[in-house]
Ligand binder design. Structure first.
Ligand SMILES: [Zn+2]
Length: 278
């Protein structure tokens, strides 16, 4: 089973996150990502209320961490701030009953991936240690596949983090729009299968049991992503991915990050339902 949902409060919904959860249920979606991209501003009471509602309605929640996280920053105070932002999101996620907390790992700033990796691992280790200290359970880190060549987080790098910490603590969050813009053009089922096969090979079959990913169409330049586009340009197409998911029996969540949020999430769901039909 795959659940679909918007990245943030649906466009057609008036009100906050709680209303957003109700709206997703009303229109027939099964997931929603709570966006903390400009900071975690949700209070604990609200998070608990939203989490209760989501559980009651069967809407699976995840969170997106603030954009300014950089787990391989050169300045110690920026690393501290990254740990702080990840922890604030993790605390909110626990109250929400949400997982994973998706984050963009960092920026190379002139260094190679191999040079950045130890610092990224060390920063995430600090976060996971603090989560354990605070008794935060059931919240995984979600290392997102990033869209720009300047950003840490290609497919190998996010798989490497999942290998380092284990899938329960750190999942790879593939953003297919980002992959399309940055790594290789995704056109047919084979292109998508290659990604899923690589993950099964590196992380074991368990990776496809509860997989979390982002989908959006995208415009790009030589530097990678420019902006997210609504569905309809086949940049990349979703149907071949839906077929690959169905064929390999993968389940989990697809979060729609196009500008049309829930409208396109419903379209993705429809395409998947067609592909998954026996
Ligand atoms: Zn993201």
């Amino acid at each position: 089973m795959i659940r679909f949902g918007p990245a943030g409060i649906p466009l057609g919904c008036e009100g906050g996150t709680l209303k957003g959860v109700e709206y997703c249920k009303k229109i027939g979606l099964g997931a929603m990502e709570v966006e903390f991209v400009r900071g975690v501003k949700m209070g604990r009471e609200t998070a608990l209320a939203v989490g209760k509602k989501a559980k009651e309605l069967g809407i699976a929640l995840s969170c997106h961490c603030p954009y300014w996280i950089n787990c391989c920053a050169k300045e110690p105070q920026k690393l501290d701030a990254s740990v702080r932002n990840l922890m604030e999101t993790a605390r909110a996620a626990q109250a929400l009953g949400a997982s994973p907390i998706v984050f963009h790992p960092g920026f190379y700033m002139g260094r190679s991936g191999a040079q950045c990796r130890p610092l990224v691992v060390q920063t995430l280790q600090r976060v996971l240690g603090k989560m354990q200290e605070e008794g935060i359970k059931g919240v995984a880190l979600g290392a997102e596949l990033t869209g720009k060549h300047s950003a840490y987080g290609n497919l190998e790098e996010i798989m490497g983090l999942a290998q380092e910490f284990g899938l329960e603590r750190c999942q790879p969050v593939v953003d297919y729009g980002h992959y399309h813009a940055r790594i290789g053009r995704l056109r047919g089922k084979k292109d998508f299968e290659k990604i899923l096969d690589a993950m099964e090979r590196e992380l074991g079959g368990g990776v496809g049991k509860n997989f979390h990913c982002h989908f959006s169409e995208i415009s790009y330049s030589d530097a990678g992503e420019l902006s997210h586009l609504e569905l309809g340009h086949d940049e990349p197409p979703f149907a071949p991915l839906a077929e690959a998911f169905a064929q390999l029996g993968w389940g989990g969540r697809v979060i729609c990050e196009t500008p049309m949020l829930e409208v396109d999430a419903l379209k993705l769901q429809k395409i998947w339902l067609k592909a998954a039909k026996p």
